[in-house]
Design a protein around this ligand. Structure first.
Ligand SMILES: Cc1cc2nc3c(=O)[nH]c(=O)nc-3n(C[C@H](O)[C@H](O)[C@H](O)COP(=O)(O)OP(=O)(O)OC[C@H]3O[C@@H](n4cnc5c(N)ncnc54)[C@H](O)[C@@H]3O)c2cc1C
Length: 441
């Protein structure tokens, strides 16, 4: 049975990317300022590090965001990945987004912003130019009607559990303790201030709580007495009343088992992660039938045992079964429609993937994500001593959030996190919306 400390200055709830990254950076801040150390911090997880979304994520790391504020979070995050590439199993192979005319101007804006911030990327415009560029990288590339390509030279992917374990090592080397099998069940409060965290194994008195519980956020949010419906001021000043704070989406990802060493670029290099949004008819690789002739999207990357990727997720509404997460979850195994859709997308892109539906391997690869009222994160102090990291399922890649949160906990202002404050809903200071088919772009 885990032995709980009687009190800790800082209690972090959740040992996913955000809880761990916050604990790591907070320990460094305390030490650097000579006001404490990692021994002032405990991380609690009801299961163990990586038991949530961070352990299932495809691990794609990109700055492909239309919203300037999201781009800033990613610029800061990619710095953390690059500085700790080996320890966190990060592979900076780059990321490519290929789209049709409806998203041309979105990519142009993203590219211009990346140029201004020094984020390395190239923009290729024009149907034939994009096709030629892709043929240069992959001689068997065949997808047409893609009119803009943003080739990010930074970003790429990391191996999910390996990077979580890399973070665990960093956290523990700072003297932070991580307690697995400790579920937070409630809070003791004095007015708006939380004085203790209640768990199945006892109570920990504390001065500061950081919550990073991924898809379980609604439960903790409710325990804190925060609202599950909110009013949102739209840019035209209309107010939408009683909007659900949390909506669940089902993320489906899968893999084909092919020799990964054969999935290389024309010059034998590790291929970048590829994302395609197209309105060309999507033809089933299995049946030859048209799956859709409307906007569809897939992404894929080379993985340890083949090629892995995903597609546009399914909206599950405001209630979903989050527990159990992992192998026993109803969302762990993907459905046949996803397999048909994703393999059709692969076969659409390259000759080498024709017939790939036969190589589909039913691997554990799905999960549920909790999205906020506008599908962008809430990073904010929700009670005087409670900081909530609700990443709206954007965030394995957002390892830099913990670094910024640690600064905020030290009393600094973070211009990177400020656009994600909860008050934006009431103020109408919402993020711009792109033409992407995904809820998170
Ligand atoms: C299938 C899938 C693929 C994805 N692919 C990508 C991708 O390629 N790139 C990307 O950037 N993002 C991706 N995401 C999103 C990303 O995984 C999440 O946004 C991110 O991992 C969330 O991290 P977290 O630390 O907030 O939460 P989690 O990783 O979910 O960690 C939360 C932890 O909190 C613990 N916990 C929950 N409740 C309690 C409690 N009451 N008491 C104590 N502990 C508790 C859980 O056990 C868990 O370990 C994907 C998500 C899914 C589901």
């Amino acid at each position: 049975m885990p032995v709980l400390p009687k009190s800790k200055k800082f209690v972090v709830i959740g040992a996913g990317m955000h809880g761990l990254s916050t604990a790591w950076h907070l320990a460094k801040e305390l030490k650097a300022r000579g006001i404490g150390s990692g021994e002032d911090i405990v991380v609690l997880d009801k299961t163990s590090p990586g038991a949530g979304a961070s352990g299932i994520a495809c691990g794609v790391i990109r700055n492909f965001y239309y919203q300037p504020a999201m781009g800033e979070v990613m610029r800061v995050s990619v710095e953390v990945w690059e500085e700790n590439a080996q320890d966190l199993h990060y592979h900076g192979v780059g990321y490519m987004a290929l789209v049709g005319p409806v998203q041309d101007s979105d990519l142009q804006s993203i590219y211009e912003r990346q140029q201004k911030s020094g984020y390395r990327s190239d923009l290729i415009c024009g149907e034939q130019q994009v096709y030629d560029y892709m043929r240069g990288l992959f001689p068997d590339w065949k997808a047409r009607s893609l009119t803009t390509c943003l080739h990010e030279k930074q970003g790429g992917f990391a191996f999910n559990i390996s990077s979580v374990l890399g973070l665990v090592r960093k956290v523990e080397s700072e003297g932070v303790s991580i307690l697995s099998g400790v579920e937070v069940t409630g809070f003791t409060r004095s007015g708006d201030t939380i004085t203790a965290v209640q768990t199945h194994h006892g109570t920990i008195e504390t001065g500061q709580i950081i919550i990073g519980v991924g898809p379980w956020i609604k439960g903790l949010w409710t325990m804190l007495g925060l609202p599950n419906t909110i009013d949102i001021r739209k840019p035209n000043c209309d107010v939408v009343k009683d909007w659900p704070m949390w909506t669940y989406w089902r993320l489906q990802e899968g893999e084909i088992r092919v020799n990964p060493a054969e999935y290389v670029t024309a010059d034998g290099a590790y291929p970048p992660v590829i994302h395609v949004d197209s309105t060309e008819p999507l033809i089933s690789d299995r049946t030859g039938q048209v799956i859709t002739d409307k906007l569809w999207g897939i992404y894929f990357k080379r993985d340890k045992r083949g090629v892995q990727g995903g597609a546009v997720p399914d909206n599950l509404g405001t209630d979903a079964q989050v527990d159990p997460y992992g192998p026993d979850s109803p969302y762990y195994t993907v459905n046949d429609d996803f397999i048909d859709y994703w393999t059709a997308g692969l076969a659409h892109c390259m000759d080498r993937f024709e017939g790939c539906s036969a190589a589909y391997h039913r691997a554990p690869s799905g999960g549920v994500g909790a999205f906020t009222a506008d599908s962008f994160p809430v990073f904010d102090r929700m009670l005087p001593n409670v900081y909530v990291i609700a990443d709206s399922n954007h965030g394995y890649k957002m390892i830099g959030v913990g670094k910024e949160v640690a600064r905020v906990l030290m009393g600094e202002h973070s211009s990177v996190l400020h656009p994600f404050r909860f008050a934006r809903f009431a103020e109408g200071d919402l993020h711009p919306v792109s033409n992407s088919p995904y809820p998170w772009s």
